[in-house]
Ligand binder design. Structure first.
Ligand code: MV4
Length: 670
């Protein structure tokens, strides 16, 4: 077996390959761009080589740099992952020329599948079923029209140079053919510089069902069942599953054997995927063959119990396939959901930013998370905005789908918009549960998937209020624990008031709604509980914080929530929903230009509620220094700059007049 391999990729697939290599005792070399210097895949690898600038064309796509990195580190083989150079025949040749094993198919197979029309001709000769149609060289419009008339309408015009859904045009009747052909040719010439067309029978409700095939260098080949990837948006897969609903063992065998025929037709070696269109009547037709390990390979791994990257390494090293066809067994059902930094409400535009809070669901034999990022990482503009792949498995589809919904509801990300809610709505909508799958699924069920779940904002506000008072108590305890006099009244946060009940008053903004909140503190020490009044309803609440987790008891109902804070905005994740909230503070007006003094004055008559730091503390800009109550609301006074709190002029509970200086603050020297 190889001693050392280089992974010519990044993100989750690089981490995934490194995990298997480590399992097999193989040393790993990562390559990285300027943008990935602190990336997870670099940290996981035994060695790492910088190969260029952030743009892929300056790094991950630069063949000679990748080859040089392998040479310099003594890597015997290169795993290309998917995307980037994984189906680049020139890269494959460069590996061969450098005496480095390309962990993938022979270059001839890559080239054979590189042209969609050439691929179809190869498959036709191999008796692999094709969609009824014409894909010849003769492009005489009359001949194309006769082919369309003979196969019957609707037909699909496809640009030979197209692919991935680009350059397709439906023609629904003979009367529309000439105009449709002319338009399709114009678009193809503009888009690809090539206006050759193929004409196919248009399948109006097809499913995208693909077969995983694996061939070794000794003439053996097996198929490892199928995956249904019909749920796509603009030809990007969203949720994949294995096995495909409704595919019985007989159909599975027919499709698998057709896929193996396709692989054998091009002397395939390695992991490959043969994509078919599956029509409603159970007939299936070759679409294309991918000569790489696919993004969605984990669902196949979950139902077969096989590690396909291990198979790739063994086959590339010259071993025979680990299993015969008879030994390939499938058990249960698996789904994969692709977690992306994108905004479904804004036409799925990718978003960038920092993953300020990232808490995936707990992994188990039922839940797997393949990711290449950690909390605090940037999602940059340079690469695919994938955050992770969430893969689940269970004994049958319904059970696996329940796991998918639960795992999505437990995926906590803040600091940027993601597609998690969209995926949750998709995974839990009735048509998906009923496996009413076809390639038009998302368009057909748009309203079910894009609805805003009814959120109980009042319940969210109650939890948010509980969190804030517990947080404040914890901060004050922290402050007094660090103080010379831990019992100083200056550091209490029990909302003590002279001759009044201990009440916290503040206002929340949650999901765009404002909620005045009254929190009456009852008891002391560990027996503290609260009467929380929100939206006219009062509950008895208690709870505790453990890191980002809030363990709450509201009128005897216990639940766990997770709260992440990012720039004063909190994300509250419960089993049911994710809600954003923040504490409304009075507009203290802009500071006088150049001076921070205005920020350290009482905004109006009020009462000091609690002091949050010890006199003499050094603080950062915007650090919370004290809380005062005015106009029935609480206001947090924050440091106007980095500096030192020299002294407070008032203690908790004392009344202050509007405009009075509250503390002596010394900004840090510039
Ligand atoms: C088709 C088709 C219906 N009838 N061919 C889309 C991209 C490329 N993979 C082939 N595609 C299709 N070819 C015929 N004769 C419908 C599609 C299609 C599709 C196929 C698979 C997955 C998603 C799709 C989304 C739209 C259209």
């Amino acid at each position: 077996m190889f001693n050392k391999i280089l992974i010519a990729n990044r993100g989750e697939i690089a981490c995934r390959v490194i995990k298997t290599a480590r399992k097999l005792g193989i040393a790993t070399v990562a390559v990285y761009s300027d943008a990935d210097a602190n990336a997870l895949h670099v940290a996981m690898a035994d060695e790492a080589v910088h190969i260029g600038g952030a743009p892929s064309r300056e790094s991950y796509l630069v063949i000679e740099r990748v080859i040089e990195a392998a040479r310099k580190t003594g890597a015997e083989a290169i795993h290309p992952g998917y995307g980037f150079l994984s189906e680049n025949s020139e890269f494959c040749r460069a590996c061969d020329a450098a005496g480095i094993v390309f962990i993938g198919p022979p270059v001839g197979a890559i080239e054979a599948m590189g042209s969609k029309s050439a691929a179809k001709r190869i498959m036709e000769e191999a008796d692999v079923p094709l969609v009824p149609g014409y894909h010849g060289e003769d492009q005489d419009p009359a001949l194309l029209k006769k082919a369309a008339d003979d196969m019957g309408y609707p037909v699909l015009l496809k640009a030979t140079a197209g692919g991935g859904g680009k350059g397709m045009r439906q023609v629904w009747s003979a009367a529309e053919f000439d105009e449709g052909l002319a338009a399709a040719k114009r678009e193809a010439m503009n888009g690809f510089g090539d206006d050759r067309m193929l004409v196919e029978k248009y399948l109006t409700k097809p499913r995208h069902v693909e077969i995983q095939v694996f061939c070794d260098g000794h003439g053996n080949g097996v198929f490892l069942a199928e995956r249904d990837c019909s749920v796509q948006r603009r030809h990007q897969k969203v949720i994949e599953e294995a096995p495909a609903p409704g595919v019985d063992p007989a159909l599975r065998t027919r499709m698998g054997e057709a896929a193996l025929q396709a692989a054998k037709a091009i002397n395939y070696v390695g992991a490959g995927t043969v994509e078919f269109l599956l029509d409603e009547d159970g007939s299936f037709y070759f679409m294309e063959m991918n000569t790489r390990l696919q993004v969605e390979h984990p669902v196949t791994e979950m139902i077969t119990g096989q590690d396909l990257v291990e198979w790739q390494l063994r086959v590339a090293y010259g071993e025979t396939l680990p299993l015969t066809q008879e030994q390939v067994q499938i058990k249960g059902h698996a789904f994969e959901a692709r977690i992306y930094a994108e905004d479904p409400a804004n036409d799925f535009l990718p978003v960038t930013g920092t993953l300020s809070f990232l808490e995936p669901p707990e992994e188990s034999r039922h839940v797997r998370v393949d990711t290449g990022v950690l909390q605090g990482d940037e999602v940059s503009v340079f690469y695919d905005p994938m955050i992770a792949k969430l893969i689940v498995w269970d004994e049958d589809r319904d059970a696996a789908l329940r796991r998918l919904g639960k795992a999505l509801s437990e995926y906590r990300i803040s600091g940027m918009t993601t597609n998690v809610d969209f995926l949750y709505n998709l995974a839990t909508c009735e048509p998906f549960k009923a496996a009413e799958l076809d390639t038009g699924f998302i368009g057909k069920h748009h309203d079910k998937i894009f609805h805003d779940g009814e959120q109980d904002v009042a319940a969210g506000a109650t939890l948010a209020a509980l969190y804030l008072v517990l947080r404040r108590a914890a901060d004050a305890r922290h402050g007094s624990a660090a103080a010379h006099d831990p019992y100083s009244p200056w550091n209490q946060s029990n909302a003590w008031r002279l001759n009044e009940p201990h009440v916290h008053l503040f206002e929340l903004e949650l999901q765009g709604q404002h909620f005045p909140v009254v929190v009456e503190q009852l008891g002391q020490g560990s027996g503290i509980s609260y009467n929380i009044t929100v939206a006219g309803k009062t509950v008895r609440a208690q709870g505790k914080l453990a890191g980002s987790d809030l363990y709450a008891d509201i009128d005897g109902y216990r639940s766990r929530a997770t709260v992440a804070e990012h720039d004063g905005v909190y994300s509250l994740y419960t089993q049911e929903s994710a809600q954003q909230f923040s504490q409304v503070t009075a507009d203290l007006g802009a500071e006088d230009a150049g001076s921070g003094d205005a920020a350290l004055c009482a905004p109006m008559n009020g009462t000091i509620v609690t002091l949050l730091v010890e006199p003499g503390s050094e603080v950062k800009k915007d650090a919370a220094l004290l809380v005062m109550e005015a106009m029935k609301m609480e206001h947090t006074i924050r440091a106007p700059a980095d500096g030192t709190v020299k002294a407070f002029y008032y203690a908790a509970g004392e009344l202050v007049e509007g405009g009075a200086d509250l503390l002596d603050f010394e900004p840090a020297a510039d």
